[in-house]
Design a protein around this ligand. Structure first.
Ligand SMILES: Cc1cc2nc3c(=O)[nH]c(=O)nc-3n(C[C@H](O)[C@H](O)[C@H](O)COP(=O)(O)O)c2cc1C
Ligand SMILES: CCCCC(=O)C(=O)O
Length: 339
């Protein structure tokens, strides 16, 4: 996709923050290429006159396996911010995860989309996190996504160069002058361990998913700690550069979890056939991040809808051409080999 316009729309600071990754951005690039290296093996002469993309997540049928990933500070992308992405998700039957680094309150976003999930960061001031959990519970969120790959920020050279500053992230009640991302990231609690997970699971009062898991042993530990789901993710290549990709990490994690929890994946999913590959490798759903932001940058809510509609149309085309009309029937038999 030609994205030369995004720098003009967003400016150097915001563009660097939203598009960028950590270090040399090796993982950022690998996220996309590793999906393209998974090869599909279509079956012919299957009746594909009716296709069904629905999946089951947290025990409930969902119209689509595509979920909008939690992403911070969306008012820097378009004026409606998180309302644009949430409405885009609602209009296309996509799932939605609101970031706890939101620029629109959870209470405002919640009613816009059915069964949204709330992403939580654990801040040094744990009360701030617990207050966010309470807000999410009261405004009808279905699940809590605890992100565990951000004890400290990744080494983000674009932000260091531009000094990008964030306007008032509402959830943190930070009035006062805009803060650099480094100042905001320093609010995270780097001392969080497995011992703390139980307390958040209890406070949640709703199913808990752990986001940012890349190892099967950690996935098993998450299941043992009571997680209802695992999100296999390297944070869009923004944390530790040169870590493995979602496509690489997914199969052994699916095997280790062995159906005891839902498994989702993200990072570099750009096309409907990437979504199909994620499901074929054993994921229950796939999260999409930056493409939704690029739609919003170009056209607000309508732009988010356009991106999500195209992903759904591509998935539908993939189910037909692959000879697997129901997304829930995708398995490794649809693939030549794993990455
Ligand atoms: C600008 C930006 C902000 C993000 N903010 C958050 C966040 O607040 N919480 C979180 O758990 N993940 C966050 N992520 C990571 C995404 O949820 C997701 O893991 C990743 O972007 C998926 O990769 P993709 O952008 O290649 O689709 C952010 C990603 C981006 C690009
Ligand atoms: C303080 C967290 C900021 C959002 C985030 O997760 C990211 O920029 O990747």
């Amino acid at each position: 996709m030609d994205d030369t316009d995004l720098l003009d729309i967003l400016g150097d600071g915001a563009h660097g923050y939203f598009a960028g990754g950590a270090g040399d951005e090796i993982t950022l690039r690998a996220n996309e290429t590793s999906w393209s290296q998974v090869r599909l093996a279509p079956r012919v002469l299957v009746d594909v006159s009716e296709r069904d993309p629905s999946v089951t997540l947290l025990g409930k049928q969902r119209p689509s396996p595509i979920v909008v990933a939690p992403m911070a500070y969306q008012k820097h992308v378009c004026p409606d911010g998180e309302l644009a992405s949430a409405r885009g998700a609602a209009r296309t039957g996509s799932g939605y995860v609101l970031s706890s680094q939101t620029t629109t309150a959870p209470t405002v976003v919640g009613p816009e989309v059915s069964d949204p999930w709330f992403q939580l960061y654990v801040f040094r001031d744990r009360q701030v996190s617990l207050d966010l959990v309470a807000q999410a519970r009261e405004s009808g969120y279905e699940a809590l996504v605890l992100t565990v790959d951000f004890p400290v920020a990744g080494w983000r050279e674009r932000d260091k160069r531009t000094g990008f500053r964030v306007e008032h992230p509402v959830a943190l009640n930070l009035d006062g002058p805009p803060l650099t991302t480094e100042e905001l990231f320093a609010l995270h609690d780097p001392s969080l361990t497995w011992d703390d997970i139980g307390a958040f699971a209890e406070a949640a009062g709703m199913p808990l998913l752990l986001k940012g898991v890349l190892r099967p042993d950690d996935a098993e530990r998450a299941v043992d700690a009571g997680a209802a789901g695992i999100i296999v993710s390297n944070h869009g290549g923004r944390q530790l550069d040169t870590v493995l990709t979602g496509a690489e990490a997914l199969p052994p994690i699916v095997d280790a979890v062995a159906g005891r929890a839902d498994v989702l994946v993200d990072g570099g999913i750009r096309r409907g056939w990437d979504v199909a590959k994620a499901l074929a490798l054993g994921a229950d759903a796939a999260l999409v991040g930056r493409p939704v932001l690029w739609g919003m940058a170009r056209g607000g809510e309508e732009g988010a809808v356009a991106v999500l509609e195209q992903l759904h149309a591509e998935l539908d085309s993939t189910l037909a051409l692959l000879g697997v009309p129901n997304a829930r029937d995708l398995d490794r038999g649809a693939l030549v080999s794993q990455v």
